[in-house]
Design a protein around this ligand. Sequence first.
Ligand SMILES: Cc1cc2nc3c(=O)[nH]c(=O)nc-3n(C[C@H](O)[C@H](O)[C@H](O)COP(=O)(O)OP(=O)(O)OC[C@H]3O[C@@H](n4cnc5c(N)ncnc54)[C@H](O)[C@@H]3O)c2cc1C
Length: 482
Amino acid sequence: MSRIVVIGAGVGGLAAAVRLAEAGHDVTVHERAATVGGKLGRYERDGFRFDTGPSLLTLPQVFADLGLSLDAVPLDPVVRHVFPDGSVLDSSSDPDVFLGRIAAAFGPAGAADWARFWRRAGRIWAASWGSVLQREVSPAALARLSWRVGDLAAIAPGRSLRALGRRYLRDPRLRMLLDRYATYTGTDPRRAPAALAAIPYAELAFGGWYLPGGLGVLATALLDRCAALGVTVHTSSPVTAVRTRSGRVAGVGLSSGSELPADMVVSDVDAATLYRDLLPSPDRLARLADRSLAGFVMLLGVRGSTPELAHHTVFFPRDYDAEFDAVFGSPGHGRRARPPSDPAVFVTRATDPAVHPPGTEAWFVLVNAPRHGTAAGAVDWRRPGLAESYGTHILNVLAARGVDVRDRLVFRETRTPADLAEATAAPGGAIYGTAGGLLRPANRGPVDGLFLVGGSAHPGGGLPMVTLSAKIVADRIGPAVG
Ligand SMILES: Cc1cc2nc3c(=O)[nH]c(=O)nc-3n(C[C@H](O)[C@H](O)[C@H](O)COP(=O)(O)OP(=O)(O)OC[C@H]3O[C@@H](n4cnc5c(N)ncnc54)[C@H](O)[C@@H]3O)c2cc1C
């Protein structure tokens, strides 16, 4: 049995704690915040309950594997897409139903295109699931895949998600729908690898799910499972350093000044923070992947009901590329990042009486946003008045797209990337840690006994991916002996 300290009680950290305790290890979790869950945040006000982070649960089998009994409810539509020309397309986890809806909205050619794309996406998913998502990867391992896995042709390294969309989909609205999945890993579809077509495949083949009471109940379920397995979780307990001795992990230092010996350390902290602050490791820092985009969130208490909304509704802009140009900027060409003026607006509104008082609705509104900071690729979200005026602007954008909620507000609160950075220690408030590609910081750290889980490490951000990172690390550590 090893003494293992997990740093951070985000979903990745808690999932790692569960798996390692199941494997017979002595596990302790230290979390800097007062509550667990990290980006899977919750907020309550005046009888309204909001998820401040994730609102869509995918790949529920990944969570069932942790021994959690989640009362997941399938969503239909998974997402309602409202396009700038006013057309509407509801996605479905039944491929035939979805094809029928595409044919009805865009005609039979659109459905035929999607069917061809879907077959390709299935091959990409199968290759990713088998070779990338459930195991450690390194540049050498990926290179080996190119001749070992015939399916690598499906993954098409070097091709972008945008290029894949252009190859298969003639209707610009279907291309837009596909482009949006790049943002699930925090990146720009023009730079995202074609392999990300695995994301819509996973979402639509295995469904999109809601957890009654809000997705935050997942954090409670993980915490309960930790308790049942004898894991001790300390909140308000920041780790200040990873201690090493002779090239091996020896323990962690806590902000209280005490030292905690450990045989192994699993970090759910952003990899950049780990390598810069907790275990200075400049070589690793230099090799870190791009940062993910951030998000501007509004939590709205709304009077009345809004039947035109599905559980998830996205309202697309006329010029999607202008949004990505604004969010990422182009510092090399002298163009700073800025809040996009006409972004896609994603609205989540659960028809769950547990999350709003009678006669009202709780809305979570999300738009892609530049990260917080003062560099050219970021925006200083602490600038006085910015959050307020941008929130007003987004409500005006929504009104222009047909959903005017401005005179039905009970209250409105904002969560900027700066707020997320403060609450969860996510650098710049990046939603998904690192953006895009197949190669992220590895799950094994630079010293023996140090492992990385969470959105900034392989296989990336999003609830199922960070949960898979915990599986990869627990498999690597293996069961307790003796
Ligand atoms: C607005 C928003 C919407 C999203 N929507 C979705 C969605 O619909 N579906 C989906 O699947 N995913 C979504 N995500 C992404 C998802 O929330 C994340 O990928 C996932 O929750 C990240 O988990 P993690 O394990 O990487 O840890 P994090 O949640 O980043 O947690 C890391 C934890 O480590 C703690 N910590 C940091 N430093 C220290 C230290 N020194 N000592 C101790 N503790 C420390 C932090 O306080 C934090 O609790 C969304 C995220 C956001 C913000």
